[in-house]
Ligand binder design. Structure first.
Ligand SMILES: Nc1nc2c(ncn2[C@@H]2O[C@H](COP(=O)(O)OP(=O)(O)O)[C@@H](O)[C@H]2O)c(=O)[nH]1
Ligand SMILES: [Mg+2]
Length: 375
């Protein structure tokens, strides 16, 4: 159970779950990122509970809700794991049916669906959320027509899974849509049971606009891998580049200088965006920030410098139009840039093998430069 400030729901939740799983061997794991007194309430309830209750209070809320769910999978005693929200929108009375379906051994995942026959979604707060939920479900299903063929509700947070069927290490949970992440990564046998999505028992929803942004990034990353996000960032950079040139020349800056300033700003901006959105999951294993920046900055400047003469050469020797030559060089440059970033800029640090002396000195300087200053 992922929880974020659900203190007023914990007692009722444990009461209803305990009643639902009577006669079964079970435990409840709260993976909690709360800033309120949820941990205290969980500890108090655990002390008098018949069911074993464990609390994992995370210091860092890595991956948000999805990260919490994966952490719960890792901690669980059993391979059979059931995920549900901590606000009683998911009725605990459904648990036995879900576990029985999973135990029948013809499914790896049992999805409790708001949209399967007999299910309802009246707990969605308002018309806007119903529309957002339905539209994003349709778009998602269209993007994964095969994997999600048998699923009416890939965005539900109520599901049971056999942990052995999924590869925890490949999951990249970011925010709310953890089930989608699981279903899209691997072909699994899926069964659905309908359920009534209730109103929140107490407290407030933590879904937000930002979660919507995460979701779009997650969809793109799942479907097209990092390259599509990389292309989106590159496209934004091109637009920003044009805008800066236009703005600077409009205030009287010489166009060559304007072009150079715009190019450098775009290179830096692109780097920051790909750090944050494209290669964020590879950063921790790669070299330090400034070292990555140096590689990316150096590469992009070199690339810009040689692209133009190469283009000129193509026009001169192959006699093709300059527009086509520009197109070809841009596509090739995009591919080379992507490969360079994923294989070189974000390459995992080598452990064991000794780096070359020059690299060692550079890294040492870099390391020192990153130390907090002391006066
Ligand atoms: N551990 C953890 N749980 C979260 C986080 N964000 C939301 N949750 C929990 O995830 C569940 C679903 O969130 P909720 O706010 O009800 O979303 P909604 O049902 O889509 O409105 C609830 O149990 C929340 O407490 C988070 O960052 N970390
Ligand atoms: Mg909820």
């Amino acid at each position: 159970m992922p929880t974020y400030n659900e203190a007023p729901n914990v007692v009722e939740l444990v009461r209803r779950i305990s009643a639902a799983v009577v006669g079964r061997e079970a435990e409840i794991i709260f993976v909690d990122d709360s800033t309120d007194d949820t941990p205290d309430v969980v500890r108090a309830v655990a002390a008098s509970s018949r069911l074993p209750i464990r609390l994992i209070h995370r210091a860092e809320k890595t991956g948000g809700l999805g990260g919490a769910v994966v952490e719960g999978f890792r901690a669980a005693q059993s391979d059979t794991c059931l995920v549900m929200d901590g606000d009683l929108q998911h009725p605990p009375e459904k648990i036995p049916e879900m576990l029985d379906r999973l135990a029948r051994a013809d499914a790896d995942v049992v999805v409790a669906s708001r949209y399967a026959g007999g299910g309802t979604a009246h707990g969605l707060a308002d018309r806007t959320r119903v529309l957002v939920s339905k539209t994003s479900t349709a778009v998602t299903k269209a993007m994964f027509p095969v994997r999600l063929r048998d699923v009416t509700d890939p965005m539900t947070g109520f599901f049971a899974v056999d942990r052995r069927a999924i590869d925890l290490a490949t999951l990249r949970p970011q925010g709310f849509k953890i089930l989608l992440e699981i279903l899209a990564r691997k072909s699994l046998r899926i069964t659905e049971v309908p359920f009534d999505f209730a109103d929140r028992h107490a407290g407030e929803s933590k879904a937000s606009f930002l979660q919507g942004g995460h979701f779009i990034a997650q969809l793109a990353a799942l479907r097209f891998g990092k390259m599509s996000l990389f292309a989106v960032v590159g496209g934004l950079g091109a637009v920003a580049n044009l805008f800066v040139v236009w703005a600077l020349t409009a205030v009287g800056v010489n166009y060559v200088i304007a072009a150079v300033i715009a190019a450098e700003l775009t290179i830096v901006g692109n780097f920051l965006l790909i750090e944050r959105f494209v290669f964020h999951d590879m950063r921790h294993a790669a070299s330090t920030f400034w070292w990555r920046f140096a590689k990316s900055f150096g590469f992009n400047n070199a690339e810009a410098l040689i692209r133009i003469p190469i283009m000129a050469l193509m026009v001169e020797t192959w006699h093709i139009s300059s527009v086509i030559a520009t197109g070809i060089t841009l596509v090739v440059a995009f591919l080379v840039r992507f490969v360079f970033h994923s294989l070189v800029v974000y390459a995992p640090r080598r452990t064991g093998a000794r780096p070359s002396a020059a690299r060692h000195i550079l890294e040492e300087i870099d390391e020192q430069a990153m130390q907090p200053g002391e006066i």
